[in-house]
Design a protein around this ligand. Sequence first.
Ligand code: PLP
Length: 378
Amino acid sequence: MDNNATTKVADEVISEMTPYMGQFYGNPSSMHTFGGQVGKKLFEARDRAASLLGCGPEEIVFTSCGTESDNTAIRGVLAMAGNKRKIITTRVEHPAVLGTCRELEQHGYNIVETGVDKLGRLDINELSDRIDDDTALISVMYANNETGVIFPIEQIAAIAKSRGVIFHTDAVQAVGKVTINLAESNIDILSLSGHKLHAPKGVGAMYVRKGTRLAPFMLGGHQESGKRAGTENVAGIIALGMACKLAAERMDEENIKLAGLRDRLESSILKSCPDSIVNGDTKNRLSNTTNISFEYIEGEAILLMLDKFGICASSGSACASGSLEPSHVLRAMGVPFTAAHGSIRFSLSRYNTETEVDFVAEKMPEIVNKLRALSPFV
Ligand code: PLP
C-alpha cells in the first residue's frame, strides 16, 4: 500500500533486463558487434519510453533517477538562460525540485513558490501573474506524490509557451498512471523515474523537447547525445523500456482496477473511522492514491501498528529534529495541524488485490480506536 514510495519490479521487466547483466555485458558505445548489440537494445528501450510519452526517441535522455532528472532540468535551463534569474514553482513540489530551487536561491536566484487551495489545487492566475521578463523557468509537478492531486499541466504549459518561458514538469508520479502525449503538448522538459513504474531503482529519464536549450549536468563522454555523460546503466535502461511498454499496454485497464480498489478502501475507512477525512481534490487525482487524515492521533503511530500487520503505508508527517513536522504539502493546503499529524497515504499498484484492500480496511478501525483510547486529545 506504499507504491508511491516505490513499486515491485515486474517479472517481465526482470526477464528483459537479466541477460544484460550477465551474457550481454558489452559497452553500448563500442565499435564491435558485442557492444553494438547492446546499443541496439538501448535504442529499443528509448523507443519504448518515447512511445509511452508520445515523443521522438531522440528526445529521451536516460538518467539515474527522478531526482537527477529534476536537478538537470532546473540547473540545465538556468545555465543557458543568460541574465534571467527567476524560477516559478509551487509550494507542494517534491524535495528534488524544492531543494534544488532553495539552494539556487542562496546563489542569488529569485524563486517564487505559488500556493495551493485547501483541496491542493493550484492557483493558475497567481502563477500566471508572477511571470515576467526575468523568468527563466516554470517547474510544476504533474501529480502530487502525497495526495495524488493532478495539476492542469497542459494549461500551465500553454501559458508558459505564450510568455516565452521554458516549462518543466516533474512527472515522476504521473508517468505510467496518466496518459501523456507530448506530441500535442507544450511541455518542454519532463522528468520520470523507473522505480515508480515497476522498473528497478537507479534509472530515470527526461524528455527534452527538440531544440530546448539545456546544459548537461554530467560532463564527460558523448553518451545520450551529449546531454548526460557516463556509461549507461544498460540493464536499468532496458528495464525501464520494458516497464514503459507494459504501462502503455495496460494503463487504461489498470486505472479502472486501481480506482475501484482505492475507492473501496477509502469509502470503507471513512465509514468505519469517524473523524477521518480525505486530503486533496478527489475529483482530480491519481487512480491509485488516497491520503486520509485521522483526527486526534499521530500518523506515525498508525504506521507502526499497520506495520505489525505487515501493511506498508506512509504518513504525512516526518520526524524532524525531535518533533513531528506535518508534511509541507498538507501545510500548504492549510490542513489543520491535528489532521495533518494524523494523515496516512495509501498508494496501490497493479499487484494489489481486493483481499489485501479488505484486510487493511478491516484493521484500520481497530488501530484508530486503540490509538484514540490512548489519545489525550479525544
Ligand atoms: N519527484 C516526485 C514527485 C517523487 O515522488 C519522487 C520520489 O518519491 C521523486 C521526484 C524522486 O525520484 P527518485 O526517487 O527516482 O529520485
